[in-house]
Design a protein around this ligand. Sequence first.
Ligand code: LRH
Length: 459
Amino acid sequence: MLARVGPQRLDLTEVHRFPNVPVRLPGGLHWDVLRLYGDVLAGLGHAARSCVGGEVLSSVGIDSWAVDYGLLDGSGALLGNPYHYRDGRTAGAAASVHAKVGERELYDVTGLQFLPFNTIYQLAAEPADRLGRATHALLVPDLLTYWLTGTLGTEVTNASTTGLLDVRSGDWAKALFDALGLPRDLFPALRRPGDVVGPLLPAVLEETGLAPSAVVTAVGSHDTASAVVGVPAADERFAYISCGTWSLVGVELDAPVLTPAGRAANFTNEGGVDGTVRYLRNVMGLWLLSESIATWERTGPPADLPALLAAAADVPAGGPVFDPDDPVFLPPGDMPARIAGVLRADGARVPGTRAELVRCILDSLAAAYARTVRAASELSGRPVDVVHLVGGGARNELLCRLTADACGLPVLAGPVEATALGNVLVQARAHGAVDGDRWALRELLRSTQAVKRYEPASL
Ligand code: LRH
């Protein structure tokens, strides 16, 4: 995404979009990280060629999904392809970690929700010899940054998803590294959104055609951290749903909430830009839909999503619902069969058509969003007047409407590209193109980005 930003201006242009397709090797499910890096270079090349009339691209910022990492040896070489967090190798890892540090203590130190794929559990699942050969672990955006700049570092919002960061001090929880037998310097030093990382390597300049003045700037490199910056809220009485593969549902706070009730509800305190706290919960998200479509397409003709959504809108309300957060839905595989299994086990009716299943997924997500918005507000004491739904899900009108109805609150849908917007706003501020705190950045979002309002149906 190429952005042009000024005090009254925020334009985003898509210059290169590429699929991110995991690859299953005999040893597990991996990310094709070299392919991703190749596409990053291709995208930077397109961006360089899209500059017109003396424009010079001044800064590059990288965000991605959280928790996954590559291991580097002492020469900086990658030790194998990074694992996908949906790989099954972490089964049993949580138990081995919790035998060393109890779950309650972990939550008290890190404030992080339990997800079986948090980095701390993935590291516990690493074969000892592989980890022994590793000098550093780099989270995915930090790995791409390293290849672009030659500079090692760990961006702090993404570090907060590892399960190894102290939520109070904002620094690595050294005692946890010690207790788990991990080297204290496994992750390189922390950097903060807005820090200038450094110039691009000469080979990168040559391949992309970017000007030598371009630098990489740290942003909220956890995609959800950038997405929350990109929420066009007017004041703090809002909840957000960052809605893509996952739906991250919560509120923005100034300080963590570390109560037993929050822990029991599996709420997380992830690090936001400008020292904020993203108090949220992962809801399984549109993965339920995309994996259902992938299942149908494995055995039949391509599924037409707009037609399916239109048919789902005509399915009468009040149909069956299931809990989207059932861990059975986490791995790739036949999603309709798993949903049917969960419904059947609950004694609920199993949808008979694809449109009914799509409606069942969206009804279930909307109900989960409503529960989670209510819980976030109650657990944090933050009143919520409006729900901002950002990301690709904002295009899904049926989902937005069902969410407004389930929450009993207005839903403001959009921007679809909130993550990219939050990313570039932090860069632009670091380089003096815009000024002010996150509310000033959001003011610019509100004056430049289209948002669609859904009122809840009156009962
Ligand atoms: C969303 C996301 C989410 C994490 C998950 C691994 O893309 O970063 O915040 O929990 O991916």
